[in-house]
Design a protein around this ligand. Structure first.
Ligand code: ADP
Ligand code: MG
Length: 738
């Protein structure tokens, strides 16, 4: 994969053989040392290195940066995999190794039984009777590679996670304890394997997601013939056919056909939705019950699905505070253990106790404790259409005490309807035509409502010039030679109380607002005299609260989040009606910058604030909150960019679920760290006191990783509450008539 931006070129490499933060650091160092590399990010979780190269060097053919990077990584003791192409190969290799693994597994179990048997005095001197040359053979066969890595790094003055264990094994061999040395390296490999398995398992959710990416497309060529091509060859503007059972290859718009779409890869919602001409579709949606012809609007890396994947992969970059702390600590851990080992030798002269200290400790479990849990959760959530942008977000989410909600398009369906009007010009149709014309280029839900209403009444909008949108207030443009604005009532100035004999606009607006409606003022003025404006009429729209919001709010309360507040740019009347329906506080008439001020106000009191919005007029508040949560984010770039969490679907029950996921993850993280700390402390103490034979110590060191694996694996499955909740939400999602 290769992308260009500015003067830098980005390349991605798959790195194999990393199992802890130390490894990631070494790979980073190895790649960064290559001339031409500007920066490098290595991700332990997804086994990737993202390398930024200076363009002029990368394009210099006399200097093969690529080969140099590969060589440098290999030198450090790791491998560069060949992209996806080799994934299949790796699987095959994987299978052929299964038999060998089984054999190794059985041997390890037998070894464990023998070692424990001896420790408890049930067996006697079995390992002592193993001839030294057999031990040496095992030592070399199992320990040669790790020994090489440790040595290579040692020559460069670097310590890797297994350095100490290796020193322990060598010390045992030098002391003539050949069987101990052999057993130590065997368990060292078992430990490394457990770590790799732990990291691999937590990646499985991401892998499953990536596997859903479509690979081929049926493109309709110039002559109308269909040809099967790789997805990479499809370009924007192409037409593709999607048959039942196939995945939509790109983002696009349906131009022909009718079918059902399962968009669960994107939104997590597996309930199929109907698709026909005009409907937007996303790559990786599954088509059933018919075929569709789709015009491509985004292909390759630009599709929503590709962005989802990238976001989840990049989530590793946004690391939690605990994770960084654990990482720093694991850097000190080995030196500390080395000192303890030295002290043990100094005070006891007991070589067995000293070796036991060196082999009982593995720094990896500290480094793994947090990212493994985070990755498992982020991956599991992504499969449900909940994109969490990193461990730091999970950490903040777990501490949120204030939740702020945007109204229009977030709490409400975002599909308001025009319900009343007060035309002061010719008639309702001409008033609507003016408004719908100006709204042609606005993405606001109200704009959509007016446009749809116009279409339904067969009103053709005029072409407009000089369109301008004032976020949170309204829009204006030149229509038929006059300046027309559509704005919220409180921003449009004082309304006349008696415009005509029969109409009282101020009174009308008050009544509509009291009924919970949104009132819009349409003004007309000469283009060069904006202050000479005349009220053309008023429009009132009405929207409905989404079905699952009440339930979601109740669940948030159950989670102990008791301050929930609606913050909206709409009028007080309609805000209060919605707030009363949900039993929450509200503030109305806010501008986008006022919404950030509310966020700041809560933060100043020391609260952690989550803001839930749809990205329309609330992107700054989403970005400014401790956690910005974007609803219905599929297809809305702003929302996905500015929020910390993107809910691709619009199921409100995923909101409380998100908080549950975060809290559960933090519980698992704390348990992982606590368990590792206690385990290591106990192991080190017993070893230093000479109560732990080296072989037992070696066997014990691989256990915390397995504990972390078992504990974190729970996160790969979401709470069962979700399934039932989503099913219920699907049933409740009635058509949205006001
Ligand atoms: P909310 O905070 O409820 O999501 P917004 O901030 O998006 O609402 O908008 C606030 C108010 O501004 C709306 O209730 C509406 O009156 C007015 N408004 C914003 N954009 C438009 C538009 N494109 N057309 C008409 N009115 C608009
Ligand atoms: Mg809004």
């Amino acid at each position: 994969m290769q992308q260009t931006s500015g003067t830098q070129l980005t390349r991605e490499y798959r790195i194999e053989g990393m199992d802890c933060a130390d490894c990631a650091r070494h790979v980073t160092a190895a790649i960064s040392s290559v001339p031409g590399v500007a920066a490098c990010d290595v991700f332990l979780g997804s086994e990737r290195a993202v390398v930024h190269l200076h363009t002029e060097i990368a394009n210099d053919t006399s200097n093969d940066v690529d080969a140099t990077i590969r060589a440098s990584v290999a030198q450090a003791g790791y491998r560069v995999g060949d992209d996806e192409a080799s994934a299949g190969l790796a699987e095959a290799r994987h299978a052929s190794r299964t038999a060998l693994r089984l054999l190794a597994g059985v041997s390890v179990v037998v070894l464990l039984i023998v070692v424990l048997g001896e420790w408890f005095g049930l067996l006697d001197g079995v390992t002592d009777r193993v001839p030294w040359y057999v031990s040496l053979l095992v030592l070399l066969a199992v320990g040669f590679r790790p020994l090489l890595v440790v040595l290579r790094n040692a020559l460069r003055g670097r310590v890797v996670s297994h350095s100490l264990m290796t020193v322990g094994a060598v010390a045992a061999a030098l002391a003539g304890q050949w069987s101990t040395a052999a057993i130590v390296v065997v368990f060292m490999r078992v430990g490394a394997y457990a770590e790799a398995a732990t990291a691999g398992r937590s990646r499985s959710a991401l892998r499953e997601l990536t596997a859903m990416a479509p690979r081929t497309a049926r493109r309709i060529d110039e002559d109308g013939a269909e040809s099967q091509v790789a997805v990479a060859e499809v370009a924007v503007g192409d037409r593709v056919v999607v048959r039942p059972g196939e995945a939509v290859p790109t983002d696009g718009e349906v131009i022909d056909g009718e079918a059902y779409l399962d968009q669960s890869a994107i939104t997590g919602e597996s309930q199929p939705v109907a698709a026909a001409a005009g409907v937007r579709v996303f790559a990786a949606s599954l088509v059933s019950g018919g075929a569709l012809v789709v015009r491509v609007t985004a292909a390759g890396e630009d599709t929503t699905f590709a962005r989802v994947i990238r976001l989840v992969q990049d989530a590793e970059r946004n690391r939690a505070v605990v994770e960084r702390a654990a990482d720093r600590f694991s850097g000190y851990y080995l030196p500390i253990v080395a000192v303890i080992a030295g002290a043990t030798w100094f005070f006891t002269r007991d070589i067995s106790a000293t070796i036991a200290v060196m082999v009982v400790a593995c720094s990896c479990s500290f480094a793994l404790a947090t990212p493994i849990a985070m990755l498992a959760s982020i991956g599991a959530a992504a499969r449900e259409g909940v994109l969490i942008k990193g461990g730091a977000t999970i950490e903040s989410l777990a501490r949120v005490s204030v939740v702020l909600l945007d109204k229009t398009g977030t709490v409400t369906t975002g599909k308001p309807r025009l319900v009343a009007s007060l035309p002061l010009i010719d008639n309702e149709a001409s008033l609507l035509r003016l408004a719908a014309s100006v709204e042609q280029r606005s993405e606001h839900p109200i704009a959509e409502a007016l446009r749809r209403e116009a279409v339904e009444r067969g009103i053709v909008p005029a072409t407009v010039e000089r369109f301008r949108a004032v976020p949170g207030i309204g829009v204006e443009a030149v229509v038929d030679g006059s300046l027309v604005s559509v704005r919220r009532a409180d921003a449009a100035g004082k309304l006349p109380t008696g415009a005509t004999d029969t109409a009282n606009p101020a009174e009308w607006a008050r009544e509509q607002e009291a009924a919970g409606r949104t009132v819009l003022c349409v003004h007309q003025s000469p283009v060069d005299q904006p202050d000479q404006r005349r009220l053309a009429g008023l429009l009132a729209t009405s929207d409905r609260v989404r079905p699952a919001v009440a339930e979601a709010v109740a669940r948030l309360r159950e989670l102990g989040i008791d301050h929930i507040e609606l913050i909206t740019g709409d009028n007080r009347g309609s805000a209060e009606q919605v707030a009363a329906e949900l039993g929450i506080a509200c503030r109305a008439g806010l501008l986008p910058q006022d919404k950030i001020a509310v966020v700041r106000e809560h933060q100043a009191r020391g609260a952690r604030v989550a803001m839930i919005g749809d990205g329309v007029n609330d992107a700054p508040a989403l970005a400014g909150a401790d956690v910005g949560i974007a609803m219905g984010a599929a297809g809305s770039d702003v929302a996905v960019e500015s929020a910390h969490v993107a809910l691709m679907g619009d199921d409100w029950l995923t909101v409380p679920l998100l908080f549950q996921i975060a809290r559960r993850t933090m519980r698992v993280v704390r348990l992982n760290i606590g368990f590792t700390a206690v385990y290591n402390l106990l192991g080190l103490s017993l070893a230093a006191l000479g109560l732990l034979p080296p072989v037992i110590a070696a066997a014990a060191q691989s256990l915390p990783d397995l504990g972390i694996l078992a504990n974190s694996s729970r996160l790969l499955r979401l709470p069962a509450a979700l399934q039932s909740g989503r099913a219920r939400a699907a049933v409740e999602a009635a058509p949205n008539e006001p």
